[in-house]
Write a protein that binds this ligand. Structure first.
Ligand code: PLP
Length: 490
């Protein structure tokens, strides 16, 4: 290869990767200088980049200059301390180094034999995390279950839905697919619906049960029981229940122990989605939120949300790994090897959708080792304390209200409409969201609960400190004052 970089060369790697690390470190140093929410117009990048790849190699310097001038302005800065939208997606020094190591070693660990360390480290690290979360022993790799790192919570719910589907169909016959019914609440993440679409569950058999303020938007076991009874009476087969600990809209917590009883009574697969809030459950004081997990068939949390592990890393634990393997395994000649044939090893390719898989456990291992449990617990507690402070600030301003009780580090709140009009109130809050996000100083997001437009303030970025939360509140107050002045003048 003429000129420029070789495909691989130790010294070139050393020099260039050092420069890249410097670039990233400088990015973090100046991260507060960017508008948190990118302010570019759709299609902006087409105008800035050439139409075709270069014939001749360019220098890293040229590329980094383009990143600085053309890419960073088109980025929404998820790692900014002023990022309070959706849920966090943490990066950390340990997570970054794990990711770097994984990229550097670049193995593809689909079968044990393709890199025994990748499979075995994943099993060990997920056992560590399961113990930290005090999950039942059935989820450990030493029994019939075990943990696996999926890319996302969406993949996690899909693979367990497929496992449950096939387990049921093998009992009641493949032609009964149209009878299978899935239950969740109307607050369950849309990944449940997507999983049903992919798994071929009939759309009319997907029950998103209504929630309201009386349960803080948690799924009602009585309603679930009632709907299941109706379904059974019409010949349908309840087979899958997804409960959420920390819903996406408002961190509602479904009552796991009672739901588990309903699931057990009806012989259903019980999955728990704790994508965001699972991380908090490493603190003993938040662990009760997942009481009932003992009776679940599968449990998932996203380490890439609030556990200092760079995207992507979504640990999933399952009690019966055979159910997953039955649904997902294939056995082509070209993948056969002694260890797999002798059933002596775990082959994670049978626990997931793709064949290829990255060495993701490295970053989780690095996070656990380089921070340690006490610092990780402190990290979570600090964010929850900052959210508590924000909740206090909102409560002390009579122009605003906190809409749902804060459970973890998300505050759901809204600006009250001066004339108490629902539609005007929704518009007012939509305008407030646009106004604060257009300042570039902070980024928050919204949801709608029972027709009411609500602002979400989620604390969880690694660099967020008390001052950022207080400054964010000032931005919200200032923009609210401006909006209320225009409303009152009209
Ligand atoms: N479940 C819950 C409760 C979530 O909040 C989210 C995303 O925010 C998801 C699932 C989907 O996560 P992923 O992007 O990992 O699929």
């Amino acid at each position: 290869m003429e000129g420029g970089l070789k495909p691989m060369d130790s010294e070139q790697l050393r020099e260039n990767a050092h420069r890249m690390v410097d670039f990233i470190a400088d990015y973090y140093k100046s991260i507060e200088s960017f508008p948190v929410l990118s302010q570019v117009e759709p299609g902006y990048l087409h105008k800035l980049l050439p139409d075709a790849a270069p014939d001749r190699p360019e220098s890293l310097q040229q590329v980094l200059e383009d990143v600085q001038a053309k890419i960073l302005p088109g980025m929404t800065h998820w790692q900014s301390p002023n990022y309070f939208a959706y849920y966090p997606s943490n990066s950390s020094i340990a997570g970054f180094m794990g990711e770097m190591l994984s990229a550097g070693l670049n193995i593809v660990g689909f079968s044990w034999i393709t890199s025994p360390a990748a499979t075995e480290l994943e099993m060990i690290v997920l056992d560590w995390l399961a113990k930290l979360l005090n999950l039942p022993d059935d989820f450990l790799s030493t029994g019939p279950g075990g943990g696996v790192i999926q890319g996302t919570a969406s993949e996690a719910v899909l693979v367990v839905l497929l496992a449950a589907r096939d387990k049921f169909l093998s009992r009641i016959g493949k032609s009964s697919l149209d009878k299978l019914v899935v239950y969740s609440s109307d607050q369950t993440h849309s990944s449940m619906q997507k999983a049903c679409q992919i798994a071929g569950i009939y759309p009319e058999n997907c029950r998103a049960l209504k929630t309201d303020a009386s349960t803080n938007y948690a799924l009602s076991p009585d309603l679930l029981d009632e709907v299941i009874s109706q379904d059974i009476s019409t010949g349908l087969v309840p087979f899958f229940l997804c409960a959420t600990v920390g819903t996406t809209s408002s961190t509602a917590v479904d009552p796991l122990p009672t739901l588990a009883t309903v699931a057990k009574r009806n012989g259903m697969w019980f999955h728990i989605d704790a994508a965001y809030a699972g991380s908090a459950c490493i603190c003993p004081e938040y662990r009760p939120y997942i009481d009932g997990v003992e009776d679940a068939d599968s449990f998932n949390m996203n380490a890439h949300k609030w556990f200092l592990t760079n995207f992507d890393c979504s640990p999933l634990w399952i009690k019966d790994r055979n159910a997953l393997i039955q649904a997902l395994s294939t056995n082509p000649e070209y993948l056969k090897n002694k260890a797999s044939q002798a059933n002596m090893v775990v082959d994670y390719r049978d626990w997931q959708i793709p064949l290829g898989r990255r060495f993701r456990s490295l970053k989780l291992w690095m996070v656990l080792r380089l921070y340690g449990v006490q610092n990780l617990q402190q990290y979570i507690r600090n964010h929850i304390e900052l959210a508590r402070q924000f909740e206090g600030l909102v409560s002390n301003d009579p122009r605003f209200e906190v809409v749902t009780p804060r459970v973890f580090s998300l505050v759901c709140f809204r600006l009250l409409s001066p004339d108490n009009d629902g539609d005007k109130g929704n518009k007012l809050n939509r305008d407030l969201l646009d106004a604060v996000n257009s300042t570039g100083k902070i980024f928050i997001s919204h949801t709608v609960l029972l027709g009411t437009y609500i602002l979400r303030f989620a604390v969880g970025a690694p660099l967020t400190e008390e001052r950022h939360v207080h400054e964010a509140w000032k931005v919200l107050q200032d923009e609210a004052s401006k909006l209320l002045a225009t409303v009152q003048n009209n």
